[in-house]
Design a protein around this ligand. Structure first.
Ligand SMILES: NC(=O)c1ccc[n+]([C@@H]2O[C@H](COP(=O)([O-])OP(=O)(O)OC[C@H]3O[C@@H](n4cnc5c(N)ncnc54)[C@H](OP(=O)(O)O)[C@@H]3O)[C@@H](O)[C@H]2O)c1
Length: 383
């Protein structure tokens, strides 16, 4: 069904092949009402962008990740909302989807001081609307990616650096003060956040127990996570087996697990919490199963469990521009030093007519939402 039309890295796919026209026009993935992304998203050719003036910057997008929260925003089930736009050529106000992305500066207004042509930028304004091929931003919307001219930072790393790696770093450092050799248990361990947790924990000498859903090829997935530095990987089903407690006790040498990380919720997280030791912290940062989290009262009374929530957006809201830039520089440093690899991903190239792109977008989002899939990033082909 899929046609690859030119030699590309294995992680890149062309969902369909198309004829290519010579003029370049800006495209955006938009919606005018909340609903299921596969129902409400359309692809639209935008009116020609103006020349940037004053503090404006003209951007050409390179990669736009599809994060679970983006789908929740489109559904109207997320606290952060994009601004309605009346400059997209639609009869009613519309929203451009997408929160995270990597763009290159193509042109700058006369008052712009923080970037120049050719710089890579990411977004400090939440819900900027990054699923777009080109845009005009203000310089306050963007952060220059701080990379040296000989930097090894890849486009995928840069495009995915604002949300998941900082979350992983915060989860490991802000809630429990762990010594090297101590254990962390996490669910959704193959998510992009989970992959970053594994790598950062490994570098700090922490041991990880990583929980994933069962699937065809589970041993391959276990191998991939171990190659990132995971100490142990098991499925939720395996955790539910009678022998699991003994297995985990062997792995930890009976040391208490003092940090649990949860992006799933539901009964599998209840089970995971039972493996936490005395005075442990359980940090919830996602709810992929959409099921509520229920915890035995005894964990609070007898084990002194403390539960927390974490939202990276709140961190960005509560910290200054300098602190945000410093965090981004720290994550870029981790990527350039090889500590943090690209998340497992697939680049979906969008080209052809608006209808053809729309169909590609919906195929890709349908696949992403159904789970057991790599992180998807959109790339609008030069058109
Ligand atoms: N609070 C914050 O600041 C913050 C920041 C970043 C991310 N997050 C949240 O963290 C989570 C992971 O984000 P991501 O971008 O790293 O994800 P991702 O790379 O897109 O991966 C999605 C993960 O969710 C799992 N999953 C999907 N549906 C599931 C279900 N019904 N039950 C159990 N697991 C399911 C997938 O497992 P399979 O492979 O088995 O499908 C995969 O591990 C999301 O909930 C996201 O919203 C929160």
């Amino acid at each position: 069904m899929f046609t690859r039309v030119c030699p590309l890295p294995a992680s890149v796919r062309y969902v369909r092949s198309f004829s290519i026209s010579t003029t370049r026009s800006a495209k955006a993935i938009i919606y005018t009402r909340n609903g299921e992304p596969t129902d409400v998203l359309t692809v639209r050719t935008l009116p020609a962008l103006a020349v940037p003036r004053g503090d404006q910057v003209k951007l050409r997008f390179k990669l736009s990740p599809v994060n679970p929260a983006d789908l929740n925003v489109i559904q109207g089930a997320y606290p952060a909302k994009p601004h309605p736009r009346d400059d997209l050529g639609t009869a009613e106000p519309a929203f451009v989807a997408g929160n995270e992305g990597l763009a290159i500066v193509e042109d700058v207004g006369e008052d712009v001081s923080v970037v120049q042509k050719g710089d890579w930028v990411i977004f400090s304004t939440p819900q900027f609307g990054t699923w777009v091929s080109e845009a005009i931003a203000r310089q306050s919307d963007i952060i220059r990616v701080p990379r040296a001219s000989n930097s090894s930072l890849s486009e995928v790393q840069a495009a995915t650096l604002t949300v998941n790696p900082p979350t992983a770093l915060a989860l490991l450092t802000q809630f429990a003060s762990l010594e090297p050799g101590e254990f962390v248990i996490q669910n959704g361990a193959n998510s992009s956040v989970g992959q970053a947790v594994i790598q950062i924990a490994h570098r700090h000498g922490l041991k990880t127990i990583n929980l994933v859903r069962d699937r065809e090829g589970i041993e391959d997935l276990k191998g991939q996570l171990k190659s990132l530095g995971a100490d142990y990987v098991m499925t939720y089903n395996e955790l539910g087996e009678k022998t699991a407690r003994e297995t985990v006790r062997d792995w930890t040498d009976s040391k208490p697990i003092r940090l649990g990380l949860n992006c799933v919720g539901g009964k599998d997280t209840t089970l995971m919490a039972r493996f936490l030791g005395q005075d442990a912290h359980l940090v919830s940062y996602g709810a992929m199963s959409k099921a509520p989290l229920s915890l035995p009262t005894s964990l609070f009374i007898f084990k002194n469990l403390t539960c927390h929530g974490y939202w990276q957006s709140r961190w960005y809201q509560q910290h200054s521009a300098e602190e945000r830039q410093s965090l981004i520089a720290e994550i870029v440093g981790m990527m350039e030093s090889g500590l943090l690899q690209e998340p497992s991903h697939e680049i979906v190239v969008l080209q052809g007519s608006d209808e053809e792109m729309q169909s590609t977008v919906k195929d890709a989002i349908g696949t992403s939402a159904s789970g057991r899939h790599k992180k998807i990033l959109f790339h609008f082909a030069d058109i």
